[in-house]
Design a protein around this ligand. Structure first.
Ligand code: ADP
Ligand code: ADP
Length: 229
């Protein structure tokens, strides 16, 4: 049932203790929002889940594989766990279509026509089919982020991580991105979302994890009660 399990996880950057005794289990299909002050370890926590950062002790299991086990294929973990960044990370010299089909053709070995068809479906899902042949520079921040999400989905991930996906956006484009994320949540995707968007946390998330100083201070399944106290 579980997609992600942290057991007594510790993470240091040199001597700096970035994650302290993290215990957290996230089920398949669950939408967990991570909140907390800047520097509290939210991004570090996300990055450990797809192996961008290693943990020094404890156990971290993702999609039934232990990230500390040398037999675990980290490329496979990254394929199964997508990540959406604050600054989109789109390829500037590739069209929207190329951005989306690159991973499927190179990594999943999909044939080009099939990858294109999938990409068009995803562009419909994020409401940007007409941008297929545009370059990222011609898009607003919110549009770039919706394309970045489509690109992640094209890899058919089992979970999606979002690291402050709306923090770099103009306020008027945030709503469209949140709508896309809500739609993905409804389809049953396992999502871990670091965000300052309390509306999303409250209305879309199943659970809120509050971090401070590298620790999980609160893990609230009763999202309404979390906001009321
Ligand atoms: P948040 O996402 O909550 O803002 P981060 O996970 O980015 O927090 O950072 C937590 C702490 O770890 C911060 O004090 C930050 O300076 C430190 N940190 C993050 N990444 C590194 C790194 N690569 N090397 C050293 N320290 C880091
Ligand atoms: P995928 O979608 O990458 O094929 P699945 O979870 O469907 O992953 O697993 C397919 C097979 O690959 C299974 O036998 C599974 O045990 C193995 N597998 C999945 N992820 C990993 C991993 N990170 N490291 C090693 N083997 C894996």
């Amino acid at each position: 049932m579980s997609m992600i399990e942290f057991h007594d996880v510790e993470k240091y950057y040199g001597k700096f203790h970035a994650l302290k005794d993290i215990n957290l289990t996230i089920d398949r299909g669950e939408v967990v929002t991570i909140i907390g002050p800047s520097g509290s370890g939210k991004s570090t926590l996300l990055r450990t889940i797809n192996g961008l950062e290693r943990v020094q002790s404890g156990q971290l299991i993702v999609n039934d594989f232990d990230l500390a086990d040398k037999k675990t294929d980290m490329n496979r973990i990254r394929k199964n766990v997508g990540m959406v960044f604050q600054h989109f990370n789109l390829y500037a010299n590739k069209t929207v279509m190329e951005n989306i089909t690159l991973g499927p053709t190179l990594v999943l070995k999909s044939n080009k026509e099939q990858a294109r068809e999938e990409a068009l479906k995803l562009l419909d899902q994020v409401g940007l089919r007409e941008k297929a042949d545009s370059y990222p520079s011609a898009l607003s921040g919110g549009q770039k982020q919706r394309i970045a999400i489509a690109r992640s989905l094209a890899m058919k991930p089992k979970a999606l991580l979002f690291d402050e996906p709306t923090s770099a956006l103009d306020p008027e484009t945030i709503g469209d991105v949140l709508d896309v994320m809500k739609d993905i949540a409804k389809q049953g995707m396992t999502m871990v979302v670091v965000t300052h968007e309390m509306g999303f946390a409250r209305h879309v998330g199943d659970r809120i994890v509050f971090m401070s100083d590298g620790e999980i201070l609160e893990d609230a399944t009763d999202v309404g009660a979390f906001f009321d106290h």
